[in-house]
Design a protein around this ligand. Structure first.
Ligand SMILES: NC(=O)c1ccc[n+]([C@@H]2O[C@H](COP(=O)([O-])OP(=O)(O)OC[C@H]3O[C@@H](n4cnc5c(N)ncnc54)[C@H](OP(=O)(O)O)[C@@H]3O)[C@@H](O)[C@H]2O)c1
Length: 352
């Protein structure tokens, strides 16, 4: 026997152990670096505004996208299928359905609605979805919160997101949190009001500046986040594409509609007659707090962010126009199958 036999054997054993560890780790490593078409992402809210933008964006980037919906037979769910997004049945209040929908998923996008159910239910649902993602071993969980969440506003639909964020941090779940500003699709509603009444109105002062984000840009950002988990896991980002006042919105619509549109501030007492308690809490807070931030640094970091001025131009049927949603991370986008869905003024999918 070779005198160095035992030594060699030890070396071999150690080398084999290293290879074993490497081999065990390989599936995980391979998944993180696998091309998008091998990564399944379950997108909640896929029939809605944010989830819809995210699902379309991920599908365009080549991910295998499942769209969570309570009703796979709805018109909105069928529209998903036509875009290469697989509608899967699931309800935040039915844990078993979440486990089934998340089975085998690499990633998940989480959005909850408080309207119609209240913030307690929103919090319960947000926690249930995150817990299900942890059980499923999801490798990248993206939660969409709200820009005002960390400000301790006392506004229920802002504070609820902070509670969900805090819960996600307690889990063993690789997460990214996106905090969007108000949706720029406000301009859609403003345009409709301008066309109907010839003026805009609301309880906030005309010079009240707020930050806005086009929902399509939330989709784009989330696409970039899923593309680069190494850069984004553990990150929290506020996202806004522009800041403008109600007077600015009226001026913008005047230019685009070719007729003068003004903004009229509704007296608070009059507004309070028809507004819900949550709407009043939100708008009272806006009146008392000037929190608009400079969006220039974000626009520099993400040059594709939609400005209010671009919104009407990019909005109409924008999906097929070059440069409208951008070129992703320099990866060719896969054209979506099926009939094109129309967008109205600024990003809302018609019918969503
Ligand atoms: N509006 C703004 O300016 C603004 C700004 C920042 C953040 N936010 C926040 O955005 C959130 C709403 O997002 P959104 O506007 O994208 O929502 P949305 O358009 O109203 O869509 C709601 C989505 O949630 C799904 N959904 C509802 N209940 C569900 C349940 N029990 N189980 C599973 N899915 C369910 C719906 O799918 P199905 O009906 O197909 O099941 C739908 O796709 C709110 O929390 C709001 O605070 C809003």
């Amino acid at each position: 026997m070779n005198s160095q036999g035992p030594l060699n054997w030890n070396r071999w054993a150690k080398a084999l152990a290293r290879v074993g560890i490497l081999l065990c780790g390989l599936p995980a490593l391979a998944l993180a670096q696998s091309p998008p078409d091998q990564r399944v992402v379950l997108v909640s809210g896929a029939t809605g505004t944010q989830g819809g933008a995210v699902a379309r964006e991920l599908a365009q980037r080549g991910y295998r996208v499942r769209g969570l919906t309570r009703n796979v037979d709805s018109e909105a769910a069928r529209a998903l299928a036509a875009q290469g997004i697989e509608p899967v049945q699931g309800d935040f209040d039915d844990v078993g359905s979440l486990d089934r929908a998340l089975a085998g998923a690499y990633g998940a996008f989480s959005v909850q609605q408080y309207r119609g159910i209240g913030v307690e239910a929103e919090i319960r649902q947000g926690k249930a979805f995150a817990a299900a993602a942890q059980r499923a071993g999801v490798r990248h969980f993206v939660y969409t919160s709200v820009a005002k969440a960390p400000l301790n506003t006392g506004v229920p639909q802002f504070d609820s997101k902070l509670e969900i964020e805090a819960y996600i941090r307690t889990l063993d779940l690789p997460y990214t949190i996106v905090r969007p500003a108000s949706f720029m699709s406000y301009l859609d509603e403003a345009r409709e009001q301008a066309l109907r009444q010839g003026f805009l109105s609301g309880p906030l002062p005309p010079n009240q500046v707020r930050n806005y984000i086009a929902p399509r840009d939330i989709g784009r950002l989330v696409g970039e986040i899923f593309d680069a988990p190494e850069a984004w896991i553990g990150a929290v980002i506020d996202i806004a594409g522009d800041a403008f006042s109600y007077a600015d919105a009226a001026a913008l619509l005047s230019r685009h509609l070719g007729r003068p549109i003004t903004y009229r501030q509704i007296p608070w007492d009059e507004y309070a007659l028809s507004a819900s308690e949550m709407e009043q809490a939100r708008d009272r807070w806006y009146i008392e707090h000037d929190v608009a931030t400079d969006v220039a640094p974000l626009r520099e970091r993400f040059p594709w962010l939609t400005s209010a001025e671009e919104c009407p131009i990019r909005g109409h049927g924008a999906r097929g126009l070059p440069g409208t949603v951008g070129a992703g991370r320099r990866r060719a986008r896969r054209p979506l199958a099926g009939p094109a869905l129309g967008y109205n003024f600024c990003n809302r999918t018609v019918g969503a």
